[in-house]
Design a protein around this ligand. Structure first.
Ligand code: FAD
Length: 406
């Protein structure tokens, strides 16, 4: 079997950023990235596609173009892990050996957990910004609906970008309000969870938009099945099942650890890579690290989190290769720019324990309020920083990792 100093599983936001950060620190390091997909997506852009602000094409690039120079791209899916032998088995049965393994395969969208959903996605008014090919349909529906009921759903945690279900809703409402149609459209937010947003400091600003758009807030409503042709959605609630008619349904699917990871010796009980939440090193295998949406850490699963995690993993991987323990630590930073209307954003930024972690002084950007400067950040600066800073390992642009000494 082939062997590399570092093997990275997944060429998404976290995997590419980590490899790039490693190579900036140690040019020439022997790294292989195992990644089956031929395109790389900037998923935070899909909210903007669903809101008619971005063209879909700007959110995707060929995978080859984001692979850091010098890494070997192994175009295959990993199938299983044998950490006691420092080995990964790929889909085709071949094996790869490593000195250090970085696990970053993301989270799996479990569309199949909602019965009837897969048959009707992309038609009958059923859409989701969680898929590249469906986000444009969200915008199509928003433009074509003139009355009736629009339902936006949120599944139980964990999900990537916990604000995204609401972002789709606010941008839709904003369009209907501008077109003078909002009065004729009955908007509902059906959230399996019990709160509007997990960090209380941001709730007042969001609630003011729920009121402004006259949104029916239905907490504890978990979508379990969809009948597309009949345009009916069934929710499980404390008081039994509730059926709602809809004209438009924006679904965010339940999300789980990738199956091959959950089935492996690297998994925590949750199915995600079982890592220390600060060092991002595996709790049982010293030469294995995990980050991104596929990690067991309790941070908000966002690309912003991966941006802060990647340098921490890079530093600790090099420590490991030098025979030393981890010296960098991640503070749980995650960020969720909530698009409450075209041109304004509530910029949620927080670390472990819901502790606010603003990147800017309050006089410049107050994240707890809807602000114009935050919109420019989301629409212009962040995508650019993602492609040119984070994925290139340029920390002067993407910001350093949150290096709490261990
Ligand atoms: P991903 O980027 O999903 O990459 C995982 C990679 O692993 C994929 O390329 C996949 O092909 C690969 N893979 C999977 N299985 C295997 C396997 N068996 N072997 C090898 N490779 C494998 N984040 C923000 O910061 N801000 C936002 O505003 C924001 N908005 C979002 C809106 C939407 C609609 C969505 C869907 C996401 C949003 N996110 C946002 C979240 C962000 O996109 C993710 O948190 C981020 O992409 C996580 O990076 P990752 O590398 O862990 O996973």
């Amino acid at each position: 079997s082939k062997s590399h100093t570092v093997v990275v599983i997944g060429g998404g936001a976290a995997g590419i950023a980590t490899a790039a950060s490693l190579l900036k620190r140690r040019p020439g390091l022997d790294i292989a990235i195992v990644e089956p997909a031929d395109t790389h997506a900037y998923q935070p852009g899909w909210t903007m596609v669903g809101g008619g602000i971005f063209e879909p094409e700007v959110t995707r690039r060929p995978m080859a173009s984001v692979m850091p120079r010098g890494v070997e791209w192994i175009r295959a899916a990993a199938k299983s892990f044998q950490p006691d032998d420092n080995q990964v088995t790929l889909e085709d049965g071949s094996t790869l050996r490593y000195e250090v393994l970085v696990v970053a395969p993301g989270i799996r969208l479990a569309w199949e957990k909602i019965s009837g959903l897969e048959d009707t996605l992309g038609k009958n008014g059923v859409t989701s910004n969680y898929r590249y090919d469906l986000a444009p349909y969200t915008w199509e529906l928003v433009q074509s609906i003139t009355s009736g009921r629009a339902i936006f759903t949120q599944p139980p945690m964990p999900i990537k970008c916990a604000g995204a279900p609401q972002k789709a809703m606010y941008l839709s409402c904003d369009h209907w309000r501008r077109e003078g149609m909002l009065d004729r459209i009955d908007v509902e937010f059906c959230n399996a969870g019990g709160v509007l947003f997990g960090v209380p400091d941001y709730v007042p600003a969001l609630m003011s938009y729920v009121e402004k758009y006259d949104i029916g807030l239905r907490l504890g409503h978990n979508l379990v099945s969809v009948d597309g042709p009949a345009q009916q959605a069934v929710f499980k609630t404390e008081d039994g099942e509730v059926t709602r008619d809809f004209d438009m349904l924006h679904v965010v699917p339940p999300q789980v650890a990738p199956q091959f990871l959950a089935d492996s010796p690297l998994a925590a009980e949750s199915g995600f890579t079982d890592v220390d939440q600060h060092t991002l090193r595996h709790n049982r295998y010293d030469n294995v690290f995990g980050l991104g949406d596929g990690g067991s850490m309790p941070n908000a699963k966002t690309a912003a989190a991966a941006r802060k995690q990647a340098p921490v993993v890079a530093v600790n991987v090099l420590q490991q290769l030098a025979g030393r323990g981890p010296k960098a630590g991640y503070d749980g930073y995650g960020s969720c720019p909530l698009t409450v209307e075209r041109g304004k954003i509530v910029l949620a930024e927080f670390a472990y324990g819901g502790k606010l972690a603003p990147s800017f002084p309050t006089w410049l950007i107050d994240g707890t309020k809807a602000q114009r400067l935050s919109w420019m950040l989301k629409a212009d600066a962040l995508p650019w920083i993602y492609w040119n800073g984070m994925l290139k390992g340029r920390e002067w642009l993407a910001g350093p990792g949150n290096m709490i000494a261990q």
